[in-house]
Ligand binder design. Sequence first.
Ligand code: SF4
Length: 378
Amino acid sequence: MNEEKLRFIDEYRNKELLLKLIKKLKREIDNPIKIMEVCGTHTISISKFGIRRLLKGKVYLTSGPGCPVCVTPNEDIDWIIELCRKFKEKICLTVFGDIMRVPGSNSSLFIEKAKGANIRIVYSPIEAIEIAKKRKDLKIVFFGIGFETTAPSIAISLIEAKKNKLENFYLYSAHKLIPPALDALLSLGEIKLNGFILPGHVSTIIGSNPYRPILKKYGLAGVIAGFEPLDIIQALLILNELIKNKIYDVKIQYSRSVKPEGNEKAKKIMNNVFKECNSIWRGLGEIPNSGLELREEYNDMNAKLHFDINIPPKYENPACKCGEVLRGIIYPYECPLFAKACTPNSPIGPCMVSSEGACAAWYTYEDWKKYKEMMKNE
Ligand code: SF4
């Protein structure tokens, strides 16, 4: 099958073709392989279309640190909560909706809003800029989370704010970069993998080149995949070929969106506004050069510099296994809280809160009791 020939969503979900390719894949795999899908959108697709179960015994798929809400640590959430508490009347916090219910050390933004904090859910940072233009009486703070995918649009909003001489707009940057996180994860040596399904959206911006040295260093294969079931199976077919032939390199399956060099314009905008910094990841701790901080030219919009916030040491529920889930060393159902104390209606950890979280995907789509039984008999 040639990816270029498929043009419409229906074609990427064609059942007959999908089953045919799954059969082919199973036939071609000699020894079972373990693959990590890095992106939360892939996790959803894999669970939603039953890919994990269809391939069991041949391909073991585990999720990695690719959900931006899940990897945002308590330190950032606590800081933002304290900001809402300390400057209650003076600020309006703007956020993406998924972060609202993620518990910090002792509260969540959802609880703080119920207590009267001025928090608005927005769909893009440009909406936050519009609020800043209208509400000059308030300081508008945008809680910027996400990977290389969202950073360029946030950079554009800051350029826009500067152009409009907005003096009441601030960014709290908790942005993260995927390649250093993969390097850090592999350096722990906790998980034995054969390769990665690499994120499509992130790679649209950064291209395929940044993954190459990491894959070479750890002797792994990687394929950048689209998000439909046929994309994923096709990526696995390519991965299997690379693994069989011991080719430790990156290939692009998602060629309708990703070029090896990425999107030069978006990268330039991002680099004009942000610079790399060390960053704390849930489950992985502090990773050098894995975050994005505002450049000095944007100091006047940097919430971390403008607001004087002190937070007490963080607290994490010791029973929550989100860190292990994000490092791919356990499947969500192996957390003792999964589907008991922790469900999408009463989540304990971010992996159950976020729509891209591995625990939420397993709870919503996987026949996890059956999968658990199947794994026991391995
Ligand atoms: S089930 Fe809940 S507590 Fe356990 S790892 Fe998942 S989100 Fe965290």
